[in-house]
Design a protein around this ligand. Structure first.
Ligand code: GLP
Length: 243
C-alpha cells in the first residue's frame, strides 16, 4: 500500500506512532532498522514518544540493515555510532538486544552467517523499516546484474559512496569501498516492511520501484514480491508515481 503524507515530518510521526502501537501490542517486537538521513525524524519522534512514556523498548530486539567494512562500532563514522546518537542512547533498549553487523570482524563471511543465524534465532524480523538509495538500493543491495539472497559483503557504487560522504567529512573518497548488508531474501523474509522515502530526489526511483518491472538494476523493485509492504512517501517522493 502506498501512503502519501504532506511532509517528511508527518510521515515520520505517523510511522513512529505505528511503531509505538506495535510495541504496545507486542513488547518483544523484532525490528529491522535503517540508517541515512530519511529515518532521522522517525528516530526523533520515537525518542519523544519514549520520553512521554508511550514507547517502551525494554523487551524489543533490533537488527540494523548494514555496516561499513573496516569501521569499528566505536568509530563515530560507523552506522552503529549513528544509531547510538540518533536512537539507542535515548531509549530504554537493552544493549544485548541490539544486533549489528561487525565490519571489523576477522572473517567477514562468518560474520554474515552469524547475523543470518541471529535473525533466525530471534524468530525473524517482525517489522523492517527501509530507506531507499537514489540509485534504487535497499540496505546496501546495490544495482547490478544480479542480487545476493543472504547477508553478504558488497562493494559500494560511486553514487552510494557520494551519498554517504556526510559521515566521512564530506569526502566520498574516504567512504569505505565495501560494506556488509542484509541480502534481498533477508529483507523479503521480514513479516512486514515499511519503506520510507522523502524528497523529490527520490521521486524517479520511487516510480521505478512501484511502477517498473522487477529488475536487479532497481533492487527495491523486488519489494513488489512481498505481501505486506507499505511505501510511505511525502509529496516530493510521490510526485512521479503513475496511478
Ligand atoms: C544508505 C543506507 C541505506 C539508506 C540509503 C538512503 O546508503 N545504506 O540503508 O536507505 O543510504 O539514505 P538517505 O536516507 O540518506 O537518502
Amino acid at each position: 500500500m502506498i501512503r502519501v503524507f504532506s511532509t517528511p515530518q508527518s510521515a515520520a510521526r505517523a510511522l513512529a506512532n505505528r511503531l509505538a502501537r506495535m510495541l504496545r501490542a507486542d513488547p518483544s517486537l523484532v525490528l529491522g532498522l535503517p540508517t541515512g538521513r530519511t529515518p532521522i525524524p522517525l528516530y526523533q519522534h520515537l525518542v519523544e514518544l519514549h520520553r512521554g512514556g508511550r514507547a517502551d523498548f525494554s523487551r524489543a530486539t533490533t537488527f540494523n540493515l548494514d555496516e561499513f567494512i573496516g569501521i569499528d562500532a566505536a568509530d563515530p563514522r560507523s552506522y552503529r555510532a549513528f544509531m547510538q546518537r540518533h536512537l539507542f542512547d535515548h531509549i530504554n533498549i537493552s544493549p544485548r538486544r541490539i544486533n549489528f553487523l561487525n565490519g571489523t570482524a576477522s572473517d567477514l563471511d562468518r560474520e554474515c552467517a552469524r547475523y543470518e543465524r541471529a535473525i533466525e534465532r530471534a524468530g525473524g524480523i517482525d517489522l523492517l523499516i527501509l530507506g531507499l538509495g537514489t540509485n534504487g538500493h535497499i540496505g546496501f543491495n546495490e544495482p547490478g546484474r544480479a542480487l545476493v539472497a543472504g547477508t553478504h559483503r558488497t562493494r559500494l557504487s560511486a553514487a552510494t559512496r557520494r551519498a554517504n560522504a556526510d559521515l566521512f567529512g564530506h569526502r566520498a573518497s574516504r567512504v569505505p569501498a565495501g560494506a556488509l548488508s542484509m541480502g534481498m531474501a533477508t529483507i523479503l523474509h521480514a513479516r512486514r516492511i515499511v519503506l520510507l522515502a522523502t524528497g523529490a530526489a527520490k521521486a524517479q526511483c520511487v516510480a521505478r520501484m512501484v511502477n517498473g518491472m522487477l529488475t536487479p538494476r532497481v533492487p527495491a523493485s523486488f519489494l513488489q514480491l512481498h505481501r505486506d509492504v507499505d511505501v510511505w512517501l511525502d509529496r516530493g517522493a510521490a510526485s512521479r508515481i503513475e496511478e
